[in-house]
Design a protein around this ligand. Sequence first.
Ligand SMILES: O=C(O)CCC(=O)C(=O)O
Length: 216
Amino acid sequence: MGSRGRADASRQVGGSAACHVLADGGELQLWQHWIGPDVAEVYFERLRDELPWRQETITIAGRQILQPRLSAWIGDAEAVYVYSGLTNRPGPWTATLRELRMRLQCSLGTPFNSVLANYYRSERDSMGWHADNEPELGGDPTIASLSFGAARRFILKHKKRKHARVALSLGSGSLLVMRGTTQRYWKHSVPKENAPRGQRINLTFRLVRGRVAGAG
Ligand SMILES: O=C(O)CCC(=O)C(=O)O
């Protein structure tokens, strides 16, 4: 980490969160500027350069497809996580991720032992509809999502209530916390967009509760 990164990273903006109460007990808290723009730019560069980005192949309905984004799974050794048929063994914490984990844990009072990092190279990279409801995360997990770089739309829809939707814009330095029953009753996605967007990195910090039988 350069001296600029170290000095800037201590200037956190924070402020108050916008709260969204979702049907059936879901809860969202969004800090649009949890980290100020200059510091967020430094974090973006550090994460882009530090993380072991890969384009994974996943199996959906028996078909192998390349994920439309790059990703990296980082965490404590026991944080093995299965997602869309992929067994993710965590890579080691980097200095930047350790620092962000510490800040989140202090702010939210919630422990995290792992993070899924996603790198959206352009507006054509995306994340399909899913819920972070794998058994390893336990019931009703708290997920903390930090975004850096280009703003992207983040959409939630209820799994059963047809018209229940929430659309948010996640800008650089924003922190979205999903709690309560959000993962049980809602799905979320980052859709492809047509208008040009720059690169974006998103980090979702999680607490994986140990490997479950049959997790591969
Ligand atoms: O990129 C985002 O904002 C969302 C990432 C996400 O849905 C996930 O990591 O499960």
